[in-house]
Design a protein around this ligand. Structure first.
Ligand code: 5GP
Length: 120
């Protein structure tokens, strides 16, 4: 698993406005912003406003409203970025085997080109 939530992680700092980000969407439950090192023509991160380390933590602890609000934001962002027609990929890394770097739950949205097969 992962250590307990650390308020000093970079996405917590982005949520508090201590570090700038290129925002694409913000609402009560979620914030979406462009990844600083894009791996596709469109590469956006969507994070819940609540303090969850990973998808496992979020799934276990978030309220139904937070879960619904978060996934609604993922769909809204994809639509807003014009990705619905051609398609896109949603991915989350959890823990060391997946190479999770930032210990605040986030999903990546990739799009803007044919993405090829899933990573092995
Ligand atoms: P992970 O490996 O945890 O799933 O992905 C973390 C992602 O956060 C990486 O794609 C990385 O480029 C991105 N990232 C790390 N630091 C920052 C930052 O300060 N600002 C933004 N916008 N993205 C970041």
């Amino acid at each position: 698993g992962l250590p307990p939530y650390d308020d000093g992680n970079i996405f917590a700092r982005i949520l508090r406005g201590e570090i700038p980000s290129r925002k694409v969407h913000e609402d009560e439950h979620a914030l979406a912003f462009h990844d600083i090192a894009p791996q596709a023509p469109v590469h956006v991160l969507v994070i819940p406003k609540g303090s969850y380390v990973s998808v496992a933590d979020f799934s276990a602890k978030a309220s139904p409203e937070e879960v619904a609000g978060f996934w609604r934001a993922v769909g809204l962002v994809a639509r807003q970025l014009g990705l619905e027609d051609q398609g896109f990929r949603v991915l989350t890394n959890m823990g060391s085997d997946a190479g999770q770097e930032v210990p605040h739950f986030h999903v990546h949205i990739f799009g803007g080109k044919p993405l090829g097969p899933m990573l092995a």
